[in-house]
Design a protein around this ligand. Sequence first.
Ligand code: SF4
Ligand code: FES
Length: 249
Amino acid sequence: MKTQESATPRRLSFEIFRYNPEDPESVPHMQTYELDEAPYMSLYLALNQIRETQDPSLQFDFACRSAICGSCGMMVNGRPALGCRTLTSDLPDVVRLHPLPVFKLIGDLSVDTGTWFREMVEKSEAWIHTEQPFDPEATEARMDDDLAQAIYEGERCIECGCCVASCGVANVNKDFFGPAGLNRIARFMMDPRDARNDSDWFEVVANADGVFGCIGMMACHDVCPKELPLLEVYAYLRRKSLAAAFAKR
Ligand code: SF4
Ligand code: FES
């Protein structure tokens, strides 16, 4: 690896997974592209340069370029990461890129995270359940600062799917809520505006597809680009589930 100001640019080799599931002629394979490294080059810049100068057929996703939209997750040398936030200066001369596993492949590095997240949200009904009629004239309900902060932490998830791709359980159990799903469930469990009680949530989350499916490898915690407190989320869900179980006895 070289510093950003290095006079002679490194020649980088990108080995990229290529496959178009829509094309019956397409066969999964790796394709190599070479590029001179530029100062402060991100994978976003490198892939765009490859597409503009070498191969317009290369598929990958980016929108915000600033770790906000969550669309650029990919496997970078075997580890899930955001392409827009990964600098080539932090990578070796050979960079291997694969699409995130778990999600449906659209083509090359592009995957459909949206369908996975929508199904997870629908299955857990991860939205506010309330009988309160909407009153546009009402003043905002007050919320304890610490609780508001805890809910905000959960809301910082950008649904990039990196945690899901890193999760051994999500890779083998398609019904597992996954780290991002459990994080979203916890966010609504904490919310005092949601009318569901501990017993209702127990039915959603206290099972092998929920928090008790987690086998504690915690790769999700290591790869989350937003550094969400996923360990605390699982501890919260386990505590609430056990409390609900004892209350049922
Ligand atoms: Fe991405 Fe982190 Fe949200 Fe997982 S929890 S989807 S890694 S932002
Ligand atoms: Fe939006 Fe990377 S392009 S998160």
